[in-house]
Design a protein around this ligand. Sequence first.
Ligand code: SAH
Length: 416
Amino acid sequence: MMSARAHRLGCTLLKCNFSYGTVRFQSASATPLARQLNAKIRVTGPLTVADYMKEVLVNPTAGYYPTKEAIGAKGDFVTSPEINQLFGEMIAVWILSEWQKVGAPKPMQLVEFGPGKGSLMSDILRVFKHFKIDGVSVHLVELSQKMRESQAKLLCSEATLGKNEEHQLQVVSGLTSTDYPISWHNHHSEVPRDAFSCIVAHEFFDALPVHKLRKTAEGWREILVDIDTESEDIKFRYILSREPTPISQLYKPKDCDTREDIEICPSAGALMQNLAQRFEEDGGFLLLADYGHDGDKTDTFRGFSNHQLHDPLLNPGTADLTADVDFGYLKRSVEGKALTFGPVTQEKFLNSLGIQVRLNILLQNDGLSAEQKAILKSGVEMMTDASKMGERFKFFSMFPNVLEEHLGKYPVLGFH
Ligand code: SAH
């Protein structure tokens, strides 16, 4: 099962490794998105940080993911699925193990949120094909047309994809080169109902928009993005809302929370609740992997450009924006509605799934050169070493309540 793409790592700087000492400031010439946001703020007033982040990341004409080469050595950051195939293989093993544990219900919908270049899904499907798993349809939730094209090129035989009148690729549905029906969706609610869903989300939740709140003498207030009117160029700045906003009223932390600044991601909470309901009605589970904390961090909103930290308010649309996932909040949003497990560290998760055993098998493959073997080895070390990605990246999962007794007897792989 060794793919030709044994090594994808071009650069070792990851989005989770940051120190504000290295923020890179760029020239102030206005980007197309800066002009759009400038006009919008002039008409409707300051934006919440969440509205700003959403526009920057997914605005269809000028946003980051729809227009930029985000992932890889030539992009702005590198992710685990791009490092080597073993990451996706371990995820495939986890999905198959949990799916078989509940009786291998068919049809199965294999769903990925924010699939990037499609590498993770490609590695998962290779394992599915190897084990001759049938009755599976693939569903990719992806807003960016540019990303959809990369995914389709990697995953599909082009002839099965639609073309418009100008013969441009229409990435809506087709057949993967591993022979599974595949379709793309803009939003998770478009993924068909009435079927068991195995959902994976790798570095997706950190791209969901966060609101920022600050504790003041008058109570919690929301941080907003405004135009700096003293600058001749288009320049953005943070301001503090004078009055409470709906978010600062609805989501203010409990009095016992000693933090002065918090980030809150209502769209992540809503997504978890929707999935909990889907799992209860149709069956399914979620595996989420991302960097994050358990509700104790304060200010993690940051930008990345060309593998360096980037001021989030500079040149919007040219850099990735991200915030650490608050696993504590995710757990609370589905309390009583679903079972959650984790977060556990990537080191623990991948090791308990047997990544080292799989690596040793590959290292005995005579068809691989010494260089390929060294690359595989360093890739696994990169993903599992606590000082690299092993500690900062976490795995988290969600199952329907009905499985409580079953999972008590047969614990979820990687989380016990
Ligand atoms: N999972 C991939 C890519 C992570 S980057 C990997 O780990 O390599 C984030 C991905 O989510 C990109 O594909 C981006 O286009 C997509 N994305 C970001 N926000 C989204 C949203 N609101 N809805 C759907 N897709 C989104």
